[in-house]
Design a protein around this ligand. Structure first.
Ligand SMILES: *[C@@H]1O[C@H](CO)[C@@H](O)[C@H](O)[C@H]1NC(C)=O
Ligand SMILES: *[C@@H]1O[C@H](CO)[C@@H](O)[C@H](O)[C@H]1NC(C)=O
Length: 396
């Protein structure tokens, strides 16, 4: 039993170490400046490279795999290259369009993670970036495809489909696909997860031949006006893109590099931009600034106002209490005042009562005979015992 565990443990350890060093053979790829470069990170190739799972019954046929790509010895990818993988069950893509600054060899490291076991597989891509033999394409058109996400147009067969569609509207040879960009990278919004909405993707095509009327008409003044009113612009020729690709003709950009002057393309820097290689020297003759008055204003003024309010409140609380005129009155004095008030009030009530004009009700008078209504002077009848007065006199 113990030997079995030990064996299992060493297997894990071996698997762990194996998992760190395992890698796929290096790949040599070629990218051309000014043309789209796409590399698919296929899950199958990496999946086979993962060390076999210990527990075969649990090993699922479809494991989630994610990738991490970076330029060798750098944390991230080079500027021209982008990476996308929608979910861990889908193919990952490296794509981008190199510029003439990137010419040379670039080494990209790819790490694939098995999200169940956290084993990793490495692969190295060596991308040779070469200048285009055809030179720059002077006529470029940027199409916005509304009904696609970026990874849906990256496979080569879809690229070919798109190119054919462009071909029939811009009849000529030598069309190149220059760039593919997700609309999200150009200020687009993440769509709501309803109705199969897509992010949208910009596809830039280039050619040496000028635009056809069909394309330029999409940018005519009348169509621009229609776009402003959010109406569909009118296309003079057959729209060969639909229904596979829905082009947003309002967002079509036509770039004619031949018409641009050299001065327009070269950015002109204003003063305040440092010369390359120079250092920033801060000015030394900055005048001294005195902050004393600012201090007075910001600190002393509120402080004095607060003090004033405290004094006013203190005076009201201590010296202006109702009924207390003198400052140092003792408790016994206060009791005396209380007593006198009760006494005075009683006296006043008595005076008011004696000064009443109406006769007092009989029942309130002393010695009142209920039956006869006779009033007896209490002083006279004081000796007669009221208990001996006959109740019914006629019975005698
Ligand atoms: C391709 O598109 C990306 C994103 O808009 C942009 O940063 C890059 O400069 C473009 N590359 C070329 C060669 O036009
Ligand atoms: C398309 O163009 C309209 C205006 O013409 C703009 O408001 C919108 O943001 C553009 N869409 C994208 C994805 O750039």
């Amino acid at each position: 039993m113990a030997a079995g565990q030990c064996l299992l443990g060493s297997c894990f350890l071996a698997g762990f170490i194996f998992g760190l060093v395992v890698g796929l053979p290096d790949l040599n790829l070629r990218a051309v400046v000014g043309q789209i470069f796409v590399h698919e990170l296929e899950r199958e190739g990496f999946m086979d490279a993962f060390p076999p799972s210990m527990d075969d019954s649990e090993s699922p046929t479809d494991v989630p795999i994610t990738f991490h790509c970076n330029l060798l010895d750098h944390p991230d990818l080079p500027r021209w290259l982008r990476y996308i993988q929608r979910t861990s069950f889908q193919t990952g893509y490296l794509y981008g369009s190199a510029t003439s600054k990137d010419v040379g060899k670039q080494t990209i490291e790819i790490k694939a993670y098995n999200r169940y076991t956290y084993e990793t597989v490495k692969q190295t891509l060596i991308i040779s970036i070469v200048p285009s033999t055809e030179g720059e394409m002077p006529y470029q058109a940027d199409f916005l495809v509304k009904n696609c996400d970026v990874e849906e147009v990256l496979p080569t067969d879809i690229q070919d489909l798109f190119q054919q569609a462009v071909d029939s509207m811009w009849e000529q040879e030598g069309l190149t696909l220059i760039n593919i960009t997700s609309a999200l990278d150009r200020g687009g919004r993440v769509p709501l997860p309803i109705e199969n909405r897509k992010e949208g993707v910009f596809i830039k095509m280039g050619s040496k031949d000028p635009f056809t009327e069909c394309l330029t008409f999409a940018k005519s003044p009348s169509n621009l006006y229609r776009c402003k009113l959010e109406q569909e612009p009118v296309i003079t020729c057959y729209n060969s893109f639909s229904p596979r690709f829905q082009i947003d003709w309002c967002n079509l950009t036509l770039i004619d590099l031949t018409r641009m002057n050299a001065s327009e393309t070269v950015p002109i820097y204003g003063d305040g931009v440092l010369e390359e290689g120079s250092e920033f020297n801060p000015p030394e003759d900055a005048p001294d600034r005195i902050f004393f008055y600012d201090f007075l204003l910001t600190f002393l003024l509120p402080f004095l106002l607060g003090l004033l309010l405290c004094l006013i409140l203190g005076y009201i609380m201590c010296c202006r209490r109702e009924g207390v005129q003198k400052r140092d009155m003792k408790t016994s004095d206060i009791q005396m005042v209380h007593h006198h008030t009760i006494h005075d009030n009683t006296e006043e009530l008595r005076q008011m009562a004696s000064g009443r004009e109406v006769p007092r009700p009989l029942s309130t008078l002393p010695m009142f005979n209920v039956r006869t209504g006779e009033r007896i002077n209490p002083m006279q009848s004081s000796r007669q015992d009221s208990a001996q007065v006959p109740l019914i006199q006629a019975q005698h």
